[in-house]
Design a protein around this ligand. Structure first.
Ligand code: HEC
Ligand code: HEC
Length: 228
């Protein structure tokens, strides 16, 4: 009854569509144990280590809605060794290997739940001021690849194709399908502004460098990785 009342108040009071309210319900009941719906991001190491999944309180500034709808119905691993790769690595013959048996599959939603959850996630708009400063200019991806692999050492933590690259960060060959270019630019410019304890180092990058890197990731995402 209480939930119904909140639901009704939500709809009448704030002009929220039923899909959004339904999506918010799902998020609160099935997702909030692992994904933070409210900020701020972890400020201490112990808060950071307690995190079970990516934060969602700025989801509307981070994700592409169409990708969310798709992924929620057919989730595929994005961080090859989970949120904390150290928990999922075992010593291998030549180098460390991912211990897949310790990684659990993600919850799957049906189409209509996926759509209403995506709708609700788009309303979570913290950190808009960080996005506002991140103008994105499309350009060729030349130099981006060299910068990513060699100059800035991004490859040490991110895979640029399945099985090639570091394991501690999310794969970047699908990043541009998942993320808005403004978020990528802003996060690369200053990862700690989004997530104070993130392991990704802040580099002193010029606007042009960032543009090259983001355009490189846009190019990577155009390949049909599912076929490979
Ligand atoms: C048991 C913990 C857990 C629960 C419950 C959970 N998730 Fe997740 N979620 C994760 C983890 C861990 C990842 C990272 C997966 C990866 O990198 O492959 C993730 C990733 C995601 C992503 C991709 C985001 C990104 O930046 O990579 C979305 C979207 C998502 N979850 C939505 C949901 C929704 C919606 C629900 C509720 C219906 C939910 N999750 C419930 C743990 C959880
Ligand atoms: C020391 C390891 C490390 C290095 C080096 C590094 N990153 Fe990251 N990167 C991370 C981690 C960790 C995250 C955030 C993880 C998360 O959301 O789970 C991240 C997140 C990202 C994201 C957002 C991805 C997503 O799916 O949310 C992009 C884009 C990115 N990095 C690009 C770069 C670029 C470009 C460079 C080089 C200038 C770089 N990274 C260097 C570890 C690293």
């Amino acid at each position: 009854m209480k939930r119904l009342l909140v639901f009704l108040l939500f709809n009448i009071g704030f002009g929220v569509s039923p899909a959004q309210a339904g999506g918010m319900n799902i998020l609160q009941e099935q997702c909030a144990s692992c994904h933070a719906l409210y900020g701020p991001a972890p400020q201490t190491l112990s808060q950071f280590k307690a995190r079970q999944g990516p934060d969602f309180f700025y989801a509307g500034n981070k994700y592409r809605k169409a990708w969310l709808v798709q992924w929620l119905q057919n989730p595929k691993r994005i961080r090859p060794a989970g949120i904390f790769y150290r928990d999922h690595i075992k010593p291998g013959e030549k180098r460390d290997e991912i211990d897949l048996s310790t990684l659990k599959p993600h919850i799957i939603l049906d189409k209509s739940s996926a759509e209403s959850v995506a709708e609700a996630l788009m309303q979570l708009k913290a950190n808009s001021e960080l996005i506002a400063g991140a103008a994105f200019v499309p350009a060729g991806a030349s130099l981006g690849e060299m910068s990513f692999d060699k100059f800035y050492g991004c490859l040490g933590c991110h895979q640029i194709e399945p099985g090639y690259g570091g394991l501690s960060g999310p794969e970047v060959y699908t990043a541009a399908r998942r993320l808005t270019p403004e978020y990528m630019s802003s996060f690369i410019a200053n990862p700690q502004a989004w997530d104070p304890k993130t392991l990704m180092p802040k580099r002193d990058l010029q606007e042009g460098n960032i543009r090259n890197l983001v355009n490189y990731m846009l190019d990577l995402s155009k390949e049909d990785w599912d076929e490979k």
